[in-house]
Design a binder for this molecule. Structure first.
Ligand code: PHB
Ligand code: FE
Length: 327
């Protein structure tokens, strides 16, 4: 057991492979050389450890994100912004019909600290759950070292905009070399000539150059803020490690290359659409879907979020629509 400021994480001594088991309410988590094993009062589940750690990394780094983070078609979390549901089979038609689904609600600090401890314990030296598979070592085998620096890396969240004095810095060769797949992205910077006294108010940066230097995949970061309007661009390669269940509309602008999206009903998993987005395409992902993206090449995607805290309730109660436009 590890006591943090306010919560106690329930962890065992290391098992025969060197990894701790974790308990959270009625959920039990353990790992071996290849798999994460989950158990709850009505069932058990197994996931490949690479997919599990990639999903866990996002859930931790995004602090449970907007709405639902499905690790796969069985387990995941729903953010109630203060408490979090951990579920198994809750949004899976077959589990529901067989009455095998299970949900427990936790105060956010308890599930946050448990997930952070599990992510740190189960990630071995050389494996980076945020990296593309081509750019990291493997997560398999017995416990050997850790990668705390990677799994606790700070998420970029600008207060106003990247490049504004005192806000998130521009990326340089010294801190963020250009990614191997973005070698052709121009690195010029806009010329800004503010009047004296307005140097902190009139700013600009080259977003393509900034994104070309991202060392992580499938990790929207906040680069500009206008009240509740957040520009959260990200660079993508391989598969979005979670199936995200929206609790609001999200706009996508494909800035480069292409991504294939599988879109399903948020609650049942019934297939709804396949969306192929090429550079320049714009899509509004509805507030009642879940989606997973596939990016064959490293690509740039702008995710535009409306962070208004009222939206989930407005949509759930039918007072706001699930799609921004009717055709
Ligand atoms: C999404 O669920 O909308 C999402 C999440 C992570 C990304 C891109 C999109 O990198
Ligand atoms: Fe989403």
């Amino acid at each position: 057991m590890t006591a943090t400021d306010t919560v106690t994480v329930q962890a065992s001594e290391p098992n025969e492979f060197g990894y701790r088991d974790f308990d959270l309410g009625g959920f039990h988590f353990s790992r071996d050389e290849y798999f994460a094993h989950l158990a709850w009062p009505t069932g058990t589940h197994v996931m490949s450890i690479d997919g599990f750690l990639r999903a866990l990394q996002r859930d931790v780094a995004w602090d449970f994100f907007y709405g639902t983070v499905n690790f796969d078609s069985v387990v995941g979390t729903v953010n109630h912004y203060g408490t979090v549901d951990l579920f198994a089979g809750r949004y899976n038609d077959a589990y529901r019909k067989a009455e095998l689904d299970h949900v427990e609600n936790f105060e956010s600090p308890l599930i946050r600290e448990t997930f952070k401890a599990m992510l740190d314990d189960w990630t071995i030296a050389g494996y980076d759950p945020f990296a593309s598979p081509e750019e990291t070592a493997k997560p398999f085998g017995e416990k050997k070292g850790d990668n705390t620096a990677a799994v606790t890396r700070r998420r970029v969240t600008a207060q106003r905009m990247v490049g504004v004095p005192g806000d998130e810095p521009i990326r340089t060769d010294a801190t963020h070399p250009v990614n191997r797949m973005f070698a052709d992205v121009a690195q010029d910077a806009p010329v800004v000539e503010p009047e004296p006294g307005f140097e902190a108010e009139v700013c600009a940066f080259n977003l393509f150059a900034y994104l070309s230097r991202s060392d992580v995949t499938w990790n929207p970061s906040v680069v500009s803020v206008c009240k509740n309007s957040l520009y959260c661009p990200t660079t993508e390669e391989f598969i979005l490690p979670v199936i995200h269940g929206n609790d609001r509309v999200e706009w996508f602008v494909q800035l480069s290359d292409h991504i294939i999206w599988d879109v399903e009903d948020r609650d049942t998993g019934a297939k709804r659409a396949k969306v192929i987005m090429r550079a320049g395409d714009v899509a509004a992902m509805p507030g009642d879907i879940r989606h997973q993206g596939y990016s064959p090449k490293r690509s740039m995607l702008l995710v535009w979020e409306n962070a208004s805290p009222e939206l989930p309730e407005l949509i759930a109660s039918g007072r706001a629509p699930t799609a921004p436009i009717d055709f």
